[in-house]
Design a protein around this ligand. Structure first.
Ligand code: GLU
Ligand code: ZN
Length: 286
């Protein structure tokens, strides 16, 4: 490794953050807030802010929206380095999946959403926790299968794990509110958890910043890091923007699209400034 003059490895000098949107719907204010948050932390540290398009959702991904994300970020006054989109990295996800499957950590699941509901799964932090039907049956079927992580087995393999969050401090991994998550979807060669974990490591991200709604996801991603021999990443889960009615700006509920505001000639840097101030006002954050 090349050392700089003060003998610090180059990697330790650089803060690398990323904004990693899934272009499944138009960019909204919550996205803008997340992007500005990651951007500012990197720039203040003299580091690098990355943009990574997470376009592997076969059904919902809308390639025609990707350029709009870029235009909106530019309009807000952000500068970034773009890394390859996830759709170009499918081989690395397949290799990881194969390695995990060979260790007996994955099992095929043919359940439909309706079947999972009917089996009476309990509510977790991201929908119903999978009740384990296919794990017990391990039956061969012609129906399309997703591949799930056997979380009990994974936990046995990695033992007790922790990760650190700028706000929450030291967190002990507890994946129970997500359970046996899908790592390979029926309609996509990976899932968010797997692809994001692999890419954050491959892209040299040092600080993962994202909304608090993904706090639990980090438990799963920390387990995947350990299973795949990837570094443990430090995180900063930020509060969520509230709308005028005090509700969280959920991605699926139509919060104001930025493209329209940009096309209407609104001042982007001014909007970015307002969003930065909201962060400081505290009361506007969930
Ligand atoms: N593509 C994910 C999303 O938009 C990224 C979440 C993350 O930052 O890890 O929800
Ligand atoms: Zn199943």
């Amino acid at each position: 490794m090349t050392l700089s003059m003060d003998n610090t490895p180059p990697s330790a000098l650089q803060t690398v953050t990323r904004f990693a949107p899934s272009p499944n719907g138009p960019m909204h204010l919550g996205h803008a807030y997340s992007a500005i948050f990651a951007h500012d932390i990197a720039k203040q540290a003299g580091g690098t802010f990355l943009l990574r398009i997470e376009d592997i959702d076969g059904v919902r991904s809308r390639p025609e929206l990707v350029d709009d994300y870029r235009r909106n970020l530019k309009w807000l006054g952000l500068e970034w380095t773009e890394v390859p989109a996830q759709s170009t990295r499918l081989d690395s996800y397949a290799a990881a999946t194969q390695a995990l499957a060979e260790r007996g950590l994955l099992y095929p699941c043919t359940c439909t959403r309706k079947e999972i509901e009917a089996a009476g799964g309990t509510q977790g932090s991201d929908g119903l926790i999978y009740p384990g039907t296919c794990k017990e049956q391990r039956s061969v079927s012609d129906r399309p299968a997703a591949w799930r992580l056997d979380i009990d087995k994974a936990m046995q393999e990695v033992g007790e794990l922790v990760w650190t969050d700028e706000v929450a401090g030291l967190v002990t991994v507890d994946p129970r509110d997500l359970g046996d998550v899908v790592l390979v979807r029926k309609d996509a060669p990976a899932s968010y958890h797997l692809a994001a974990t692999i890419d954050d490591a491959a892209d040299g991200v040092t600080l993962v910043t994202r909304g608090k709604d993904l706090f639990s996801a980090t438990n799963i991603q920390r387990i995947l890091q350990a299973l795949l021999g990837l570094p443990a990443l430090h995180c900063h889960h930020h509060g969520l923007l509230l709308d005028d009615a005090g509700e969280k700006l959920a991605k699926r509920r139509g919060s104001p699209a930025l493209t329209e505001r940009r096309e209407n000639g609104e001042d982007g840097p001014m909007l970015a400034k307002q969003l930065r101030l909201q962060k400081l006002e505290g009361g506007t954050l969930a």
